[in-house]
Design a protein around this ligand. Structure first.
Ligand SMILES: C[S@@+](CC[C@H](N)C(=O)[O-])C[C@H]1O[C@@H](n2cnc3c(N)ncnc32)[C@H](O)[C@@H]1O
Length: 282
């Protein structure tokens, strides 16, 4: 039978009932609040998943989501609906205060500094942190012994990319200086690979911020940037509380430029530096 194009398109489009089911699934599984009118977003991002997973319609995809039996369907939907936008040294100022205030403070605290990049996307954030550390060590070779970075994300495909440490030229051009490109990457035709000296101190792991992350241990500094904006106030409050619990006394917390903890907790003092800010656990 030849299907007319309008019918094929309709079968990929989301009905209100399906939209509500997807919305519920996203909020419960990863905290993302979709809003009332994002049907176009769901259609554009999930019609690809419908095809890739071999479903004949959006309805079939939603039914598979609802049964919860096929983890790969759930992961593909989360992957497709999360925003993975990132860049090297994003916003600059967090990396300046890391270099100029936080690392000097942490190096005075002794062995085993631990830094967590809590929604690391394709890895630019933890690799940027690691480059700042490497620069710091160039001038002070024996400081920060045992320093390590844990990089986590909910998305297995993002983590896979991050772990490879291979970036195409287009991604390399977003925020990285030529100096750092030459110093910390092996350059190939069309792509670059992070050098082991930057890669080796990072461990990658799948973590959903909505669930417990106590297994990671405690940190001196946490980057949790540009992810809380997608969550409800209730989830933000809960995550900020658990991030505070995951910090060692006097530990530091970075959020994204549009994110704030002011209305959620008074456990931090705010340090302002070069147009940016970092929260310090009291
Ligand atoms: C916009 S990116 C931010 C990347 C980086 N932190 C930065 O600021 O450039 C948001 C990341 O949060 C991740 N994410 C979304 N929901 C999450 C959750 N519940 N737990 C952990 N990570 C999540 C997404 O997979 C995505 O990689």
């Amino acid at each position: 039978m030849v299907m007319n194009p309008a019918t094929a398109e309709q079968r990929q489009s989301v009905t209100q009932q399906e939209y509500d089911a997807i919305r519920r699934f996203l909020e419960e599984s990863c905290g993302i609040v979709l809003g009332d009118n994002k049907h176009y977003l769901v259609n554009s991002r999930l019609s690809r998943v419908v095809k890739e997973q071999g479903f004949s319609s959006m309805g079939e995809l939603v039914r598979a989501l609802n049964t919860g039996r096929d983890r790969s369907v759930q992961v593909s939907v989360i992957d497709a609906m999360t925003t993975n936008e990132t860049s090297w040294f994003r916003d600059n100022h967090p990396f300046e205060s890391l270099r100029e205030i936080i690392l000097p403070d942490l190096s005075a605290r002794g062995y085993g500094t631990a830094i967590w990049s809590a929604a690391c996307s394709s890895g630019q954030e933890p690799y940027s942190i690691s480059m700042v550390i490497q620069e710091y060590l160039r001038n002070r070779p024996n400081s920060l012994p045992g320093i390590r970075i844990v990089a986590t994300d909910i998305s297995p495909s993002m983590l896979q990319e991050a772990e490879k440490g291979v970036f195409e030229n287009a991604a390399m051009s977003r925020g990285l200086s030529d100096e750092f490109k030459m110093r910390y990457f092996d350059l190939f035709d069309g792509y670059a690979k992070v050098k082991p000296v930057i890669r080796e101190r990072i461990t990658f792991k799948e973590i959903n911020l909505l669930r417990s992350f106590t297994s990671l241990g405690r940190f001196d500094c946490i980057f949790c940037r540009n992810v809380l904006i997608y969550f409800s106030a209730e989830n933000k409050r809960d995550i900020v509380k658990r991030l505070a619990d995951a910090l060692k006394p006097g530990g530091y917390l970075y959020l994204g430029g549009t994110e704030s903890i002011a209305s959620f907790t008074d456990r931090f003092e705010t340090l302002r530096y070069r147009g940016g800010m970092v929260y310090k656990l009291k």
